[in-house]
Design a protein around this ligand. Structure first.
Ligand SMILES: CC(C)(COP(=O)(O)OP(=O)(O)OC[C@H]1O[C@@H](n2cnc3c(N)ncnc32)[C@H](O)[C@@H]1OP(=O)(O)O)[C@@H](O)C(=O)NCCC(=O)NCCS
Length: 176
């Protein structure tokens, strides 16, 4: 059984108590992560990337071992995930490399819970700043990070390798 690293207990509409969990992920979760990425409908990459390519990308990321993966489990379903790269240029900086929540679960606060969890995790592990890149044209996502206290740092043309569309990234950072 996978051990929860955070739990969220709340009352459902039918008055039952529900327990959501954040768990540490490993290679056994790859298939579920492919589904999350596919069903998160990322505004820029989903136009270009097939399920097979997503799987290859995630496998490759696990093989490299540069990221720590955490997933949000609702009932028995993994519905979102966040990853942290425990390094980034700068003194005790780290990077939130990936964040995705299935479309059907978006807007319910899960992305916020994952971000708050990863910030807490980073702080506990001695980091003083979380950095992240997102698409320049991803207005809602940028608003989401700004609401969480992330500040715009800079813009990078051609950062993403998409064959068409907007490839400019914006860098955000938040002091812990
Ligand atoms: C960005 C994302 C992780 C946010 O997760 P979430 O669970 O919907 O976030 P929350 O419910 O905690 O917060 C919702 C806020 O995020 C914003 N948001 C960003 N993208 C959104 C989307 N596709 N649908 C709904 N809300 C979205 C909303 O403006 C909302 O703000 P509000 O509370 O002022 O209305 C999620 O929308 C997602 O997976 N998007 C596709 C993948 C992606 O873009 N990942 C980030 C790439 S860097």
């Amino acid at each position: 059984m996978t051990q929860a690293v955070a739990t969220f207990i709340y009352k459902s509409d039918s008055n039952y108590y529900i327990m959501d969990k954040i768990i540490r992920l490993n290679k056994r979760h790859i298939e579920q992560l492919v589904i999350i990425d596919f069903e998160s409908e990322h505004k820029n990459s989903s136009k270009h990337v097939s399920k097979q390519e997503i799987k290859k990308g995630i496998q490759n990321r696990f093989d490299k071992g540069h990221e720590i993966f955490f997933g949000y489990k609702q009932n028995k379903e993994l519905v979102g995930y966040v990853t942290l790269k425990p390094f980034f240029p700068g003194y005790k900086h780290c990077e939130v490399y990936w964040l995705a929540v299935k479309k059907k679960c978006q807007g319910q606060g899960l992305g916020t819970k994952l971000m708050k969890f990863i910030e807490e995790y980073a702080k506990k592990n001695g980091f003083r700043k979380v950095c992240l890149y997102t698409g320049q044209n991803m207005k809602l996502t940028r608003k989401f990070y700004e609401k969480l206290g992330y500040e715009f740092v800079n813009e990078f043309k051609g950062y993403y390798g998409y064959p068409s569309g907007n490839t400019t990234a914006v860098l955000y950072a938040k002091s812990l």
